[in-house]
Design a protein around this ligand. Structure first.
Ligand code: SF4
Length: 341
């Protein structure tokens, strides 16, 4: 499958496998909107995304290619306190890869001791293949994980992450986390190297990890590394039939799923609007939840035809980066009543 993509990846992986990372000194704190797990259990949550280094090198990653070192411990603590005082209930630690931080156990404990109901990590779960390490995070209070797994096939997965040997560690990490009792969402970033395989991927995930809370179907962003590898961004109109197929499998197998804020706009999957993050968030009309979506509001834009769409009120539009590459021809407003799937 995806012969062209695979051959591009095969060539490139050789170049990247040994590439040393350059770390800039500037820190980059980014508090962002997030995806909710379980999807209908809405609490206000914020991501602390500090672009700490990563132990994978995904060809489509939306972090900058030269990742600065993580935010210092003290600054991270201050940010957590600020968010908790502001009414945030769920703190999400992202990266880069948060498990590379030496202070992760302390940070998790700090957040829980200061009132966070949920502390979740966004991770590739590579380091979680160690039961000892995973237990230390859980004992500190970790009670949520959002795990990246971008293909069910080992070879393709390792090509997409440009880090051979990590697929099997991620699989092991997922099982280890589950054994430690941590609720898990598995996230796939839909891109040109995997969208045609979404059906098989979804079947695999449900079969192999029946205990997870949900599958999140993100969509590759036209920025950072994907900008250098534009072939990795498929047209949303091409990917959406495969997405719908995957959603149907989830419905049939009673697996919770979501089209998160970084997924496709509702008009590409209108029958599944209730599973769309933005619809849920905007419908809840909570000003604190609205606060959680500031980034989406800045980086997405509405189009003139959106005024004709029944979801206009519940949608922030399309990523500007995507529109810059593909234009707006694919965007078709939803005019009629939509039958919920
Ligand atoms: S408001 Fe615009 S971008 Fe959003 S779903 Fe409707 S047509 Fe699509």
């Amino acid at each position: 499958m995806c012969g062209t993509i695979l051959s591009i990846l095969s060539t490139k992986i050789k170049n990247y496998a040994t590439k040393a990372r350059k770390h800039e000194t500037a820190q980059n704190l980014f508090v962002d909107t997030h995806f909710l797990t379980p999807y209908h259990n809405i609490v206000r949550a914020e991501i602390i995304q500090d672009y700490a280094p990563c132990n994978q090198d995904c060809i489509f990653c939306n972090a900058p290619p030269d990742i600065p070192p993580g935010l210092p411990t003290e600054k991270t603590r201050e940010t957590i306190l600020q968010l908790l005082n502001d009414g945030v209930e769920k703190i999400i630690l992202s990266g880069g890869e948060p498990t590379l931080r030496k202070d992760l156990v302390d940070i998790i404990r700090f957040a829980r001791e200061n009132g966070a109901k949920i502390v979740e990590i966004y991770t590739n779960a590579i380091r979680l293949d160690s039961p000892k390490y995973t237990r230390s995070l859980v004992e500190a209070g970790l009670n949520g994980a959002f795990i990246s797994l971008h293909h069910h096939d080992e070879i393709i997965s390792d090509l997409l992450t440009r880090t051979p040997g990590t697929y099997s560690r991620t699989i092991k990490g997922i099982h280890t986390l589950h054994r430690c009792g941590v609720p898990i969402t598995i996230n796939i970033v839909v891109n040109s190297g995997n969208y045609r395989d979404l059906k098989a991927y979804t079947q695999f995930v449900i079969r192999r990890f029946p205990y997870i809370d949900a599958i999140s179907f993100s969509f590759v962003m036209c920025g950072a590394r994907a900008q250098k590898n534009p072939a990795m961004v498929p047209r949303m109109s091409k990917a959406s039939p495969y997405l719908k197929e995957a959603y149907e499998i989830c419905l049939k197998k009673k697996m919770n799923f979501a089209n998160p804020g970084c997924g496709v706009p509702i008009c590409f999957v209108p029958e599944y609007y209730e599973y769309c993050f933005e619809y849920q968030m905007l419908k809840s009309q909570s000003s604190s939840l609205r606060l959680s979506m500031q980034r989406n509001e800045t980086e997405k834009m509405k189009l003139p035809m959106c005024t004709e769409c029944v979801f206009n009120e519940y949608c922030l539009g399309v990523w500007r980066g995507y529109l810059n590459v593909f234009g707006s021809d694919e965007i078709v407003p939803v005019r009629d009543g939509v039958k919920l799937r």
